[in-house]
Each structure stands twice: as C-alpha cells, then as structure tokens.
Unconditional design. Structure first.
Lengths: 199, 246
C-alpha cells in the first residue's frame, strides 16, 4: 500500500473489511470520500459513530434496534405468539418484504459452525428458550446449508425438551419462482419433490 | 486455456471480491486446485447447492496459462451432505474431514488413495454414526501421508509390542515399550492397538458393525491419529477440538 499516502491507505484498509468490498471498490470509495466536501465526509463519519452509540440488540428478539423492545416486538397488530427464527437481522427485511408474515422474529446472529468456533453456547437462544410458554409456534427460517440444517436440528431438539407440545416447523425449500426446473440442482429438486403438496 | 472435467470434493469457499466465491477443490485429476466461481454469491444458478463444503461433484473448470487460480465453470452434484439429516456432531465431523484435507494436501498433487478414502468415508458420516468413520479416516490419513509409526515394535529397543500397551508421545517419533516411554507419553492399550490394526486391514463397512462410541478404544485411536496429524502439520486442528468436546 506504499503507493498511497498513509491516511488514504488506512481508509482503504478499513473499507476493505466491509463485506463485498474488494481492493478496487475500497480504493474507488476512498477516492470518492477524498473528493467529497468536508461536510459530507463529516456527516458520514458522524452517522457511523451514532449508529454504534444508539443501536443495540432487542432484549426479546436480538433484532438491531434503537428502542427496547424493538418496534416489531412491541407492535400491537402483530401476532406475538408466532415466532420466526432467522440467522441475521438482514433476514428480517427479506421476510418483511413478502408482506405475508404477521408474526415476530428471533435473531440468532449466526449458525452452528464448529470450524469457526460457533457452538450451541455461542448462539443467542437464551431469550427465545425463556419465552417458549408465550409462544404458539416456532418457524425456523434458516439457510438450507449444512450449518443451517444442523442449527435447525439443534433448535428443534432443545425446544422439544423445554416445551414438548410446542409445534416447531421449518420453511419449505424448493424450486425458485420464475426459474426453470432444468436448472435446479439435484438436492433442491429432490427436496421440492419431498415437500410436494396436494392440489 | 485448458478445460478440465473431473470428480472432485469441495473443501472450502470464501467470499472473494464483490460477488464471487473462492473455492478450494480436491480434484481427482489434479489434486487440490483453487479457483474462482464468478457471481456465485449472488446467483446460485450455475452452482446451486454444489458449493456446500464436502459435496462430491463432477467439476468443470478452466486453467489459464501462468495463473494459479482456475475458473470454476460448473459443478454437477454426485453426492451432497444435504441428502441426509444434519446435526451438530455430523457437521463437526464433516468440517473435520475438510480441515484435515485442506491442511494435509499440497496444491496440485494427485492423491487418488486419499480421494477414494474421502469418498468412502463421507457417505458413512451420518447422524448417530460419526465416530467410526471419522476415526477410520483419520488413521488412514496418517498412513497415506506416510506419518503413521510402526505399532508393532519399540523404536528404542525393538521389542515386539503385541499384546502390550504401546506408548506414544506427541513430540517424538515412533512408539515405545513401557520401559522406554518418553516424557508426556500416553498409552494405547492392547485393545486399541488391535482396533487400529483391524481398521488398516478391513473395509469401513465391516468396521461399522462393531460397537462404537465416543469413549473406549475407538476414542483412543482417534486421539492417537489426531496427534500424529497435528504433529506433522505443526498446528492444532480446530474441528478436532470441537469433536473431542462433543
Ligand atoms: Zn424485538
Ligand atoms: Zn523399548
């Protein structure tokens, strides 16, 4: 990085830590910030600091929020007894976009990944397990990956131990809408067949 | 540009640049190759679930002259770890296999015996059946890499050890009799040595009929083989620690 002045190299290095940002994008962003007005640069750095200072995790669902409990957990129009479990706070946005879900969420902040040092103790599950008596159904919406499946398996097992009568379901996986069956891989297609529905 | 089509095992993937994935692939034809799966993060169309670690695939990739990274073109699934139920022990076992292969195999060196061992082990790692396949794989890896010491005789006095405990120390070559054991040695009792010898002679399918659990001779053989691997790789295997704590 010797070809950039030290402050520039430092900014590029920091930007490169962001997900989906490679060296080229980091350089492009750094030069954009350098060329922008001092007011804009200050607004950006303030927004970052404020985010860190004012946001925390909801004590009920672990969603990122500025009020506790979060807007979803305190909403009177949502069914607080239906809980959809997701991996990351960003997954909430994806499900909200469907406009078909009127329950609440629980965010794990990760999936079981032995090689990355994430075991059952590292998942944020205590506040979920503590409120099972107020829940009617738990819906697991985790990634269809080996780690996501292991996490679903673990959660279902623990919930059955703590609340044997509580139904635990999992979202269906299958062929994406608007795609061609020919392009679906064998695993996706065999699961779609397993989870078929009567018409 | 040379196009290759070969059987392969996906070892690991990492996010790469904006939307690509860097893939470490253990191929039958060329050993471990690393390459880029373009747009694999955003569009799963070409790769689908085939990029999941420890998937057995038929891979098509292109090699460009004077470039280390190949271009991954398409993967067709032969066997997927997702075709069976997954629990924490099974994912730990699968990640252990991937970690051992990733650490032990040099890039671009054909290892057909290791490939066949991996394929034979993979499909037997099931929920409730992890310890025997994992131990079998680990012990065989030490042998195929040329790291497994002769278990039949003391390396110091050459006394035959059959029917006696065999002593091994993580920091030293070979195994010894009780008299010549080195500081920090651990004993492998005769029944564990006998199990290790059976593992080296018989197919996995036959061993799976034997009683197995996470303690007893099987655990001793696993610890022994893991220590040999770690000593030769000069690092501790994270997933081995997880397995030991299960
Ligand atoms: Zn909340
Ligand atoms: Zn001796």
């Amino acid at each position: 990085m010797a070809r950039f002045a030290e402050p520039m190299a430092r900014l590029i290095e920091e930007l490169r830590k962001l997900p989906g940002i490679g060296t080229k994008s980091a350089q492009r962003l750094a030069f954009h910030i350098l060329r922008s007005s001092t007011t804009d640069a200050e607004a950006l750095s303030k927004a970052i600091l404020q985010l860190k200072a004012s946001l925390r995790l909801c004590s009920r669902c672990n969603n990122i929020t500025d009020v506790d409990p979060c807007a979803i957990c305190s909403s009177p129009t949502r069914n607080q007894r239906l809980v959809c479990v997701v991996e990351e706070p960003t997954n909430i946005g994806a499900i909200e976009k469907t406009r078909t879900w009127n329950g609440v969420f629980h965010v794990l902040h990760g999936t079981l990944s032995p090689v990355n040092g994430i075991g059952p103790e590292q998942l944020r599950t205590t506040n979920l397990f503590n409120r099972l008596s107020d829940i009617e159904e738990v819906i697991l919406a985790l990634s269809p990956t080996v780690e996501g499946e292991a996490t679903s398996h673990y959660l279902a097992q623990e919930i059955h131990k703590l609340a044997p009568a509580l139904p635990v379901t999992r979202i269906a996986t299958g062929v994406p809408a608007g795609s061609d069956i020919e392009y679906a891989d064998e695993i996706t297609l065999s699961r779609a067949l397993d989870n078929r529905r009567q018409l | 540009m040379t196009t290759h089509q070969t059987e392969a095992i996906v070892l690991r993937t990492w996010p790469f640049e904006e939307a690509d994935l860097l893939v470490s692939l253990f191929t039958r034809e060329q050993g471990v190759v690393k390459g880029v799966a373009r747009h694999a993060m955003r569009s799963r169309k070409r790769f689908g679930g085939a990029l999941e670690p420890m998937t057995h695939v038929r891979a098509t990739y292109a090699e460009k002259p004077k470039q280390d990274l190949v271009r991954m073109d398409s993967f067709e699934i032969v066997w997927s770890p997702m075709s069976e139920p997954v629990d924490y022990a099974r994912v730990a076992a699968l990640q252990f296999l991937a970690e051992v292969l990733g650490e032990a195999l040099p890039e671009r060196a054909v290892e057909d015996d290791v490939f066949r061992l991996t394929v034979a082990t993979l499909s037997e790692v099931k929920v409730g059946q992890t310890w025997m396949p994992v131990t079998y794989f680990t012990l065989w890896m030490t042998r195929l890499m040329g790291w497994l010491p002769e278990l039949g005789a003391c390396i110091v006095c050459a006394e035959a050890l059959r029917g006696h405990p065999v002593w091994f120390a993580a920091g030293a070559d070979g195994v010894t009799c009780g008299v010549h054991k080195r500081p920090g040695s651990v004993a492998l009792p005769p029944e564990a040595v006998a199990l290790a010898e059976r593992m080296l002679r018989r197919p996995l399918a036959e061993l799976l009929k034997e009683p197995s659990g996470k303690t007893g001779p099987l655990a001793m053989v696993r610890r022994f083989a893991v220590e040999i691997l770690e000593r030769n790789l000069e690092r501790q295997m994270r997933s081995a620690r997880v397995l030991a704590r299960l």
